[in-house]
Design a protein around this ligand. Structure first.
Ligand code: ADP
Ligand code: MG
Length: 599
């Protein structure tokens, strides 16, 4: 059997994958020299006497493993039990021996035919014996080392497939593998992932290297870039200046200042052209305004949205727009950027890239995302795309987060009144519900009247609202309270927004809550986030109140999801890992990445 035949038969594509699928249990049929109480023993037994009771067979057996006889009880015996248990007959019996007063007892023993072995049992889709033979042939310390594992990890993993008595004793005592073996398995899994992804990543030649200086842009800024921004900018500078087409994702919390990074990249591309695509026309317009404000005058900037155009797209250095960009005949660009990338389909993102390719040579491509992912996940993803994390925000956000229940509603109403009187704005987010569903909260429609009766300047929008953008635009200028469902992603900045109330907060993932909380206090304004819930004593919400860091929240979200206390939401990565835990294994993944990189 060759390696590839064996792997194919077992259903795996790499040897490490086969090796980390360790046995789920072991069947130990070694004979006990001395019967041990409160343990599973395999004994050679001679039946001395038998009594048959209704629904029960009772026998006394003699064994070399004990001076005393052992009482065997079999409940609901089958005909073959009756045939096997007759005085004078000998069998190998396996089961737990317990003290029962002065007597030794074994209840419902297994009758084993072969003794003296430790047989691993696997999760597999083929016959156990065939699977075992494949593992026996392919998995060894040497073969694992050939795959690139260090001796220590290779030994720990190989041992789990062929344990000796001492190993098995520890396994039984602790109810599973030890921490060192677990770590070796995690390491091997991450190592295998990186090794395989390396082959998968395709690199393209860039149409041209972009090496413009960002000096003229930096000079105009009234502030210094944050550490996170600087790092992202220098990652991008290194990318754009190279011969390979850049494929990078910049991930930074809401308010971490990604726009400045976008503008810096456009500046680096100058005098060549760059294009930025944003998910809504409000957002595109805002980005356009910021570009006009911060980029030097010698850069020509244009805006392209549906039915609206500013500047001269046909010869601009920097074109900002919505997906309308995909349907316009535009000059070719050397740098493509997509803001809030998760709001576009893969197709749309690919299309933009394709329009600006020249045969095999591609434009540089940068994506920006406001959805923090756990660092461990970012590291794994970085096998396929380069990633920059912006982990800081320009100003410490002053958002007071509080869990409120029904009883506190009066105070909440007063607070809202005060904020509005000060000229600030309030966003109230309602959970999205199907009409038939009863969840214990008023829906947006049901609450609307209450707000209108008590306050002026109430605006309403929801995800399916076709006039969403107009409503938002008007609210931004004239409104006091905006009622919305979660599906609205308010990408635009509302600088006067100081309070957000999230109804039914316990129904939402922490990352969603964090996105929503990120809507307030974007300019350093003292702000408030109220988590309105019928179940205020909720650990997840309490953890959320304490945590401000989006990357930490992504980690927590994953942790709580694992423990199954969340209703909806999907885990980012398509790949499921057997051993790795995104919430905890950052250090191991880092080591594995380095080790795989050295090969
Ligand atoms: P993001 O797109 O990452 O959510 P923005 O780019 O909209 O965040 O930036 C949020 C706010 O922070 C903007 O008002 C922006 O002008 C400001 N800002 C960005 N970078 C800095 C900085 N280095 N120092 C101070 N303010 C900054
Ligand atoms: Mg942004």
């Amino acid at each position: 059997m060759t390696k590839s035949e064996g792997l194919a038969k077992a259903g795996f594509s790499s040897l490490i994958e086969l090796a980390i699928n360790i046995p789920h249990s072991y069947s130990d049929t070694r004979l006990s020299e001395r019967a041990e109480i409160s343990k599973t023993n395999t004994i050679e037994a001679e039946v001395v006497s038998v009594s048959r009771l209704p629904k029960r067979l009772q026998a006394r057996v003699r064994t070399p493993a004990s001076e005393r006889m052992i009482e065997i009880t079999i409940f609901h015996p089958k005909p073959y039990h009756n045939a096997l248990f007759k005085p004078g007959m000998r069998h190998f019996l396996q089961g737990r021996i317990e003290m029962f007063g002065p007597k030794l007892r074994m209840t419902n023993p297994k009758i084993v035919s072969k003794t003296g072995q430790i047989v691993p049992r696997y999760r597999c889709k083929i016959r156990q014996d065939i699977y075992r033979r494949i593992v026996d042939t392919l998995v060894s310390v040497e073969s694992l080392m050939e795959e690139g594992l260090d001796r220590n990890a290779a030994e720990l993993i190989a041992r789990a497939h062929r344990p000796d008595g001492k190993w098995l004793e520890l396994y039984d005592r602790y109810g599973g593998i030890g921490p060192k073996t677990l770590e070796a398995l995690k390491f091997a899994e991450a190592f295998d992932y990186f090794s395989r992804m390396r082959g998968k990543r395709v690199r393209f030649e860039a149409k041209r290297a972009l090496k413009g200086s960002i000096g003229p842009f930096l000079e105009r800024l009234p502030f210094e870039l944050t550490e996170g921004q600087k790092r992202a900018v220098s990652d991008i500078a290194a990318d754009l200046g190279g011969a390979a087409a850049t494929r990078r994702m910049v991930v930074g919390d809401v308010g971490s200042g990604k726009t400045m990074v976008i503008l810096a990249a456009a500046m680096m591309a100058y005098p060549h052209r760059s294009i930025l695509m944003a998910p809504t026309s409000i957002l595109a317009r805002q980005l356009y305004e910021e570009a006009k404000k911060w980029l030097p005058e010698f850069m020509d900037i244009a805006l392209v949205t549906q039915g609206r155009e500013r500047g001269e797209p046909s010869n601009a250095h920097f074109i900002v727009g919505t997906h309308a960009l995909l349907y316009r005949d535009l000059p070719e660009a050397d740098l493509i950027m997509v803001d809030e990338q998760h709001r576009f389909g893969t197709e749309q993102r690919k299309m933009l890239e394709k329009f600006h390719s020249e045969g095999k040579r591609k434009p540089h491509y940068l994506q920006f995302s406001a959805t923090p992912i756990p660092r461990t996940q970012a590291m794994l993803d970085s096998a396929l795309i380069d990633i920059s994390l912006i982990e800081s925000t320009p100003f410490a956000k002053d958002v007071k987060t509080e869990i409120v229940g029904r009883r506190d509603f009066g105070k909440l109403k007063e607070h809202i009144g005060r904020e509005i009187a000060e000229g600030r704005q309030v966003l109230v987010v309602y959970p999205l519900v199907e009409e038939s569903e009863h969840i214990g909260y008023l829906s947006l429609e049901e609450s609307e009247e209450f707000w209108r009766k008590n306050f002026d300047g109430v605006y309403v929008t929801h995800g399916r609202d076709r006039l969403k953008e107009e409503v938002l635009q008007e609210f931004a200028q004239k409104g006091s309270i905006l009622l919305a469902t979660t599906v609205i992603e308010v990408g635009i900045s509302l600088p006067r927004l100081s309070t957000i109330v999230i109804a039914g907060a316990e129904r939402m993932g922490l990352s969603t809550l964090h996105q929503l909380r990120g809507r307030v206090g974007r300019t350093g304004l003292k702000s408030y986030c109220f988590l309105f819930t019928n179940t205020p004593d909720n650990d997840r919400l309490k953890a959320f109140v304490r945590t401000k860091d989006g990357f930490e929240i992504a980690r927590l979200d994953l942790k709580f999801r694992r423990s199954g206390d969340i209703l909806g939401g999907k885990i980012q990565s398509g790949k499921e890992f057997l051993w790795l835990n995104m919430a905890e294994d950052e250090a191991i993944v880092k080591r594995a990445k380095e080790a795989a990189g050295r090969r």
